[in-house]
Design a binder for this molecule. Structure first.
Ligand code: ADE
Length: 413
């Protein structure tokens, strides 16, 4: 077995976590059962770069059960749960990941999983796809889990440089409507509370970005009793935030009010250095976007007179004049670095799409071009129906008369 992890002795602990996750991921388990019967991925190598959590563990086991040889690296230096890495390594999955790995090790592990010349690449953030392109690898196809990764792959496609078909798992309705909104909404608050143990009620929380992730975070902060301000540069989204009941303003204005700032834009320096001088003493800064580029941490490091760790994932920066700012999880995605990522129930949906998309690529790659494809509608709908079924929820269906009415134009009032 090839692997590089923190400590294989953690595997018993990890196995219990995996069992707990499996108990909350019935849709993926159902798909795993079906795939392990027919083994559509036999003789294939799959290299994945995902957050090494218990939910990812359940997905990797499903891909292995479908017949593949699986290599796994971490899609963030701080998101690996070492007990899960150990359990997977002892179950025959080649894991190259440990919490707190250096940036150099992060890239080294990418190279290791790509040197296995995978037929399928599964990614979260598109660093693995980017590296595959730089190494000249051309697998049958790949999947991409997150908004940031899909944006990067669309840029590669627009440039005419995408070398294999990729399925944008993020863009499935059964992904972004649930994982991005309810998953990030809950896990971000979880990370903030684990890192700080602050009372959210009565705080002024500034959410920067009002995509699906920002919406989920704003909704949950509101539920906890925070006064929520939204900062959003897109006029449609800003208007939606207003009508969802939030205050909306520019970052320079919001800077004066916020006790807590959460970035969720996918973009760079949305909490830029020029804003730091305007922030209140004691302001807490957290990021929930994929990469650690949203808060200008490098400038914060430069202007700080002193820095000390208060507790795990909470660092105090003392600025000239005595003001203190508090950065969570180094500005890396707080929900995975300071908590455990999205709960299993929601990852059940996302990873059901991942598993089915990998099989789809294997079976259909000959008919696909080098483009970014959506998850097929039938797959998306299948996942929604399967999830409802596992929840014991039955929904009705249109009558024949209703179906006919919905597909005609002649009848009005
Ligand atoms: N992304 C967000 N939450 C996650 C989780 N629990 N596992 C894997 N990837 C995630």
């Amino acid at each position: 077995m090839e692997y590089k992890i923190k400590d294989i002795k953690l595997s018993d602990k990890g196995r219990k976590q995996l069992a707990w996750a499996e108990a909350h991921m019935p849709a993926l388990l159902y798909i795993k059962g079906e795939l392990s019967g027919r083994k559509p991925l036999s003789r294939l190598t799959v290299s994945a770069m995902l957050h090494v959590t218990k939910e990812t563990g359940v997905l990797m086991r499903a891909i292995k059960a479908a017949g593949a040889e699986v290599y796994l690296a971490a899609s963030n230096p701080l998101s690996t749960q070492d007990d899960i890495a150990a359990a997977l390594a002892s179950d025959g999955i080649h894991v190259f990941a440990w919490r707190g790995q250096s940036d150099a090790d992060y890239y080294k592990n990418i190279r290791i999983v790509l040197q296995k010349r995978p037929q399928i690449i599964m990614d979260d953030g598109a660093d693995l796809h980017a590296a595959a392109h730089k190494m000249g690898l051309i697998p049958l196809g790949g999947t991409e889990e997150t908004t940031t990764g899909v944006t990067r792959l669309r840029a590669l496609e627009a440039e005419g440089s995408l070398k294999y078909p990729v399925i944008a798992v993020n863009d499935a309705k059964t992904k972004y409507l649930f994982d991005n909104r309810y998953g990030t909404g809950q896990s971000t608050i979880d990370g903030i509370i684990r890192a700080t143990n602050i009372l959210v009620a009565g705080k002024c929380a500034v959410v920067i970005g009002y995509g699906w992730v920002g919406r989920g975070i704003a909704m949950r902060l509101d539920g906890f009793g925070a006064r929520v301000i939204v900062v959003e540069v897109d006029p449609f989204r800003a208007l939606e935030a207003v009508m969802d009941g939030y205050e909306v303003m520019g970052i320079d204005e919001a800077a004066k009010f916020g006790d807590l700032f959460v970035t969720a834009t996918g973009n760079k320096n949305v909490l830029p250095s020029k804003v730091f001088s305007k922030l209140k003493d004691g302001a807490i800064l957290a990021n929930s976007g994929h990469f650690n580029v949203e808060i200008d941490v490098a400038s914060l490091e430069k202007i700080a007179r002193a820095k000390r760790e208060i507790r795990s994932n909470l660092v105090e920066y003392a600025l000239a004049g005595g003001k203190k700012l508090y950065l969570l999880a180094e500005g890396r995605l707080v929900n995975l670095a300071a908590a455990e990522g999205h709960p299993s129930e929601v990852m059940d949906l996302s990873f059901a799409n991942q598993a089915l998309s990998v099989v789809y690529l294997k079976e259909k790659h000959r008919s696909l071009e080098n483009r970014v494809y959506p998850v097929p509608d039938e797959t998306d709908e299948y996942v929604a129906r399967l999830k409802l079924k596992t929840m014991g929820i039955g929904i009705g269906a249109m009558t024949t008369e209703q179906k006919r009415y919905m597909s005609q134009w002649e009848d009005g009032t």
